[in-house]
Design a binder for this molecule. Structure first.
Ligand code: SF4
Length: 225
């Protein structure tokens, strides 16, 4: 027997599932940032601090789920190649520097047999690996720099994984002091603008999140026209 099940009901079940996995909206105090903020536009940091995240959009939920899926695949693939004991996910990363508190949790990290870090992996889903042929996105380098800084590593790797073909593109990234100083300067600018309640300009170079940003409806960046 075939029973009728409305498409809308299926959509709703998936939507509820995505939503259950998202962090609850919350404001935070100025000067506290996530490692992921290092790679976002200052306007996004402003909205996140001043008004707190609104209800996540379906696009951001899908993106979040994609990200989790490819990360899980990479973690399991590393465990298969090495050993469960040598692969740790979600290592806590905390940075207290220049009056900032920056914290986050890594993607899978490969350990050496003595328990020290071999490789910090930053895992990203990407449907267009060809477009990333020359270099990884600055926003992704920024995030990896946060983890390298917190865990005292001079290099790490970014791997892009196609979410359906599972082909990959990997970049080795060396810690770059100048780039790190630039990232802290950006956080400082964001912090000052947040204190003064001045909305930062939208920044296209730091806005790979635009497509799934939860603040699109209020941002009005000119490239949405
Ligand atoms: S929509 Fe884009 S430019 Fe606007 S806040 Fe979000 S990420 Fe920044």
């Amino acid at each position: 027997m075939v029973t009728q099940f409305e498409d809308e009901e299926g959509d709703e079940i998936i939507r509820n599932y995505f939503q259950s996995k998202m962090q609850k909206p919350r404001k935070r105090s100025n000067g506290k940032f996530w490692v992921s903020d290092l790679g976002t536009c200052k306007r996004y940091m402003f909205y996140n601090t001043v008004i707190g995240r609104s209800e996540p959009s379906l696009e951001s939920m899908k993106n979040f789920e994609w990200g989790n899926r490819v990360e899980d695949v990479w973690e399991q693939a590393l465990i298969e190649k090495y050993n469960k004991r040598l692969v740790k996910n979600d290592l806590e990363a905390k940075i207290f520097e220049d009056g900032f508190q920056i914290w986050g949790y890594t993607d899978p990290v490969l350990l050496k047999p003595d328990g020290t870090i071999d490789t910090i992996w930053e895992v990203k889903g990407a449907t267009n690996l060809w477009a990333r042929r020359a270099s990884p996105a600055d926003s992704h380098r920024a995030q990896l720099h946060g983890y390298m800084k917190a865990l005292d590593q001079s290099e790490g790797k970014i791997i892009y994984i196609h979410p359906t073909h599972f082909t990959t593109k990997t970049y080795e990234v060396e810690f770059d002091d100048e780039f790190w100083a630039h990232l802290l300067q950006r956080l400082g600018e964001a912090k000052d603008l947040i204190s003064d309640k001045v909305l930062p300009k939208p920044e296209k170079d730091y806005s790979p999140k635009c497509k799934w940003c939860d603040y699109q409806d209020i941002c009005e960046a000119e490239w949405f026209d």
